[in-house]
Design a binder for this molecule. Structure first.
Ligand code: GLN
Ligand code: ZN
Length: 747
């Protein structure tokens, strides 16, 4: 039988034990020992599931594995260097003594957020701290034995690529590598047999330029490993394939095994080329190939035996003693186990088609067994279908260009004020939804509760004098779940939690069949809200690309096809809102940019269908209806053209934390439609003073954007206000409205 390996597993515990324990610890209700006991318990649970795998990656973390790396390296920002131990660790994660935490960022193209290491001159010299890593290795060895327990390290090149700060990689690497060497040496003393070094940076477009760094780093690491008797260094890559030229040198690096991802992104219509490279160039003699053939990011079971098919192909180039079976990516992106769903919760027809992390481990073993037999598998490679839904060109375009339609839309004073959609999700709002879901209140009672929250939001906005109002989104738990539950085609898990960051877990819905519009989803709340005011009320929708990117997609049809299905359904909602009298429809696409493929050569194809999906959703609106979109990031140079092609009438966008980069870029690109760059940061409870907002508005004007058209320069916060409390929200919006009014007078 082929040998097997795992490279990561959910770190949150089958019952979310890690979260419970962390929160208790932060509140002072649990000791450090109790927290570490939970970590141990969660590790035991996760690693025990993987018994029987020959080489188990020792995945676990108190918060985030990139933070763990910064911590053992001793790459601690100056502001936290006076702290130590877990106090220092959590200060980096969450801030302390009024000093900010490390920034958070999305890990490659996943929905997982890591803490961004800071490499500044005063971070060095590093003060390494191996205690936590080494004790983990010992726990793993005690549970699994020294042969099977394999430590995982974030590779040095990936680490410096993920880091920010003024010290460039060329300067930081030589200081970081000796610490890696030291750690390897310590692991050698513990009798570690092999180490996984994860370098997903290699699959990105940056990969090709990193050859020299990789050569230097891995020569050093290989020498360190052999000095201390560690037989194997495994270079692990995932999230996509390697570029052809990268493949050619990466497999020659001085490591004993290289892991490749043979699957890539679920629903991608470009085929993963790693298999092609192996077939074309062969595999170096004496080196192991760890084949990522069980899909680590898809919740779907491999019913067709695709893993086995790939393994058979590989066996024509690699000897069976050199081929190891693994998952295509760490399994941390999947829910723990299908068995955690309550009985009857998963439809009988769906159950056998799904596989979460525990089931994927079984798939690895099954694929290794099946491939070792001679039975030829039938299922070859097939790309997901790119179904066509019969939309014609005109379904993707508004009937009139912006220049013609804009004057037919709502007339606004200079610097019109609005918000992004949600208002504070208070205890009461959440309690009303929970009570209804638990069957404790009737439909009518629930609707009354929601109506009263809408009434409150509208009343506040009227009193503050905002120009375009929102209903406040009190009925929504989150942007995707709300729509997913009302459309056909989604399955919601009960316990399918996946770590988003630290102690924050999400339950992404699963797209299980064709997505269809069933009935209007937002018109009731819209009507209630509009009936309470004579000012324009925005209809509020989540865009198709965001719904897709925050769900588990199907794998039988392409992501593009799924985005267009969602768009077709949401298009009906836009029409329903219009039919109710709505004249301003906002379609949020905060996740548009994060769906960008890791290889820049694939950006254009993704953006083409992403933009098409947005256009299909919105082009049904009549010229007199104002279409607004909202994007949640301030770094968007790479999607500038796409933003233009979305053809929204108003673009509201996060801006306040980036020193107007957004506005400048928009101005320079000659963007001509309405723009609402955020005037204050919604992530902090601080209330922006009137003068602060005024200065922001003036800086927009100075940038030259929309010169002479202040009625098209919107004044709004950076994003929704759901995580804020009412007092600060009211105070901030009051200042924002006053600032806009003063700017009007000064025109
Ligand atoms: N309309 C949403 C809200 O205000 C937008 C949230 C987002 O962009 N993430 O909450
Ligand atoms: Zn936002």
């Amino acid at each position: 039988m082929l040998s097997t390996s795992t490279i990561g597993f959910p770190r949150i515990g089958s019952q979310r034990q890690m979260k419970v324990s962390l929160e208790r610890f932060w509140k002072g209700g649990a000791s450090e020992k109790e927290l570490l006991d939970t970590l141990n318990e969660v590790e035991n649970e996760a690693w025990s599931v993987q018994k029987g795998i020959q080489s188990v990656g020792l995945d676990s973390t108190l918060y985030d594995h990139v933070l763990d790396t910064a911590f053992w390296l001793g790459a601690v920002p100056n502001r936290f260097q006076h702290l130590s131990g877990l106090q220092q660790y959590f200060a980096m994660a969450r801030g302390a003594e009024g000093k900010p935490a490390l920034d958070m960022s999305k890990l490659f193209d996943t929905n997982y957020h890591f803490l961004v290491p800071e490499l500044e001159p005063d971070t060095f010299p590093l003060k390494p701290n191996f205690e936590l890593v080494l004790s983990k290795v010992q726990r793993g060895q005690a549970l699994l034995g020294k042969d099977a327990a394999v430590p995982i390290l974030v590779g040095p090149i990936t680490f410096v690529s993920l880091a920010r700060g003024s010290v460039p990689a060329a300067k930081s690497l030589p200081q970081i590598l000796p610490v890696y060497e030291k750690l390897v040496q310590e692991m050698g003393k513990l009798g570690v047999k092999s180490i996984q070094i994860h370098e997903p940076i290699l699959v990105t477009s940056a990969g090709a330029s990193l050859k020299d760094s990789f050569l230097a780093a891995y020569n050093t690491l290989a020498a360190a490993a052999s000095r201390c008797g560690i037989a194997e260094l495994n270079l692990v890559t995932y999230y996509d394939d390697l570029e052809e030229e990268v493949y050619r040198w990466a497999v020659q690096l001085p490591v004993s095994a290289v892991q490749l991802d043979f699957l890539g992104v679920v629903g991608a219509t470009v085929s993963n080329r790693n298999l092609e490279w192996v077939e074309k160039y062969g595999w170096p003699e004496g080196k192991k190939l760890i084949a990522g053939v069980v899909d680590g990011r898809s919740v779907w079971a491999d019913l067709e035996g695709h893993a086995c098919w790939i393994l058979h192909r590989l066996l024509t180039k690699v000897s069976s003693t050199s081929l190891v079976v693994s998952s295509s990516t760490p399994l941390q992106h999947l829910p723990f186990s299908l068995d955690n769903e309550p009985a009857g919760r998963v439809p009988a027809a769906l159950q056998p088609r799904l596989a979460f992390a525990v089931q994927k481990v079984a798939e690895i073993v099954a694929a290794a067994t099946a491939a070792s037999g001679n039975k030829q598998q039938a299922a070859g490679r097939h790309l997901p279908l790119d179904a066509d839904y019969g939309y014609g060109e005109k379904d993707f375009s508004r009937p009139e260009p912006y220049s013609a339609r804009r004057n037919k839309q709502i007339a606004m004073p200079p610097f019109p004020t609005t918000t992004i959609g949600s208002f504070p999700q208070t205890k009461e709002v959440r309690a009303a939804r929970a009570a209804f879901r638990a069957g404790k209140t009737t439909q009518a009672e629930y609707e009354r509760a929601i109506a009263s929250h809408i009434g409150m939001a509208v009343g506040v906005q009227e009193a503050l004098g905002l120009d375009v109002l929102v209903h406040g989104e009190a009925e929504r738990t989150d942007m995707v779940e709300f729509f997913g539950q009302m459309l056909e085609g989604f399955h919601f898990t009960f316990n399918g939690w996946v770590q988003s960051y630290g102690s924050r877990y999400v339950r992404p819905p699963i797209i299980v069949s064709d997505v269809k519009f069933l009935q209007p989803m937002t018109t009731i709340e819209y009507k209630i809200a509009q009936s309470l005011t004579s000012r324009p009320m925005k209809g509020m929708l989540t865009g198709p690309v965001t719904v897709l990117n925050w769900s588990f997609p199907r794998k039988d049809i392409s992501r593009k096809a799924q985005a267009l299905q969602l768009a077709g359904a949401l298009r009906q909602e836009v029409a329903a809102l219009e039919a109710t009298g709505c004249r301003v429809v906002q379609v949020d696409e905060p996740a548009l940019r994060e769906g960008l493929p890791l290889k820049t050569t694939r950006h254009a194809a993704y953006l083409r269908w992403a933009v098409d999906a947005f256009r299909l959703t919105t082009s049904v609106a009549s010229p007199a209806t104002q279409v607004v979109t909202h994007l949640c990031y301030s770094d968007f140079q790479d999607i500038m053209q796409a933003i233009n092609e979305m053809d929204a009438d108003v673009l509201t966008i996060e801006n306040s934390r980036s020193g107007n980069e957004m506005v400048t870029a928009l101005a320079e690109s000659g963007y001509t439609r309405d723009v609402g760059p955020g005037v204050y940061d919604v992530h902090s409870p601080q209330v922006p003073p009137v003068d602060f907002v005024k200065a922001k508005i003036k800086s927009f004007m100075d940038s030259g954007i929309l010169a002479g058209q202040p009625d098209r320069l919107w004044v709004n916060p950076d994003c929704g206000l759901k995580t804020r409390a009412w007092p600060e929200t009211i105070a901030a919006l009051r200042n924002m409205v006053q600032a806009a009014e003063e700017c009007r007078k000064e025109l």
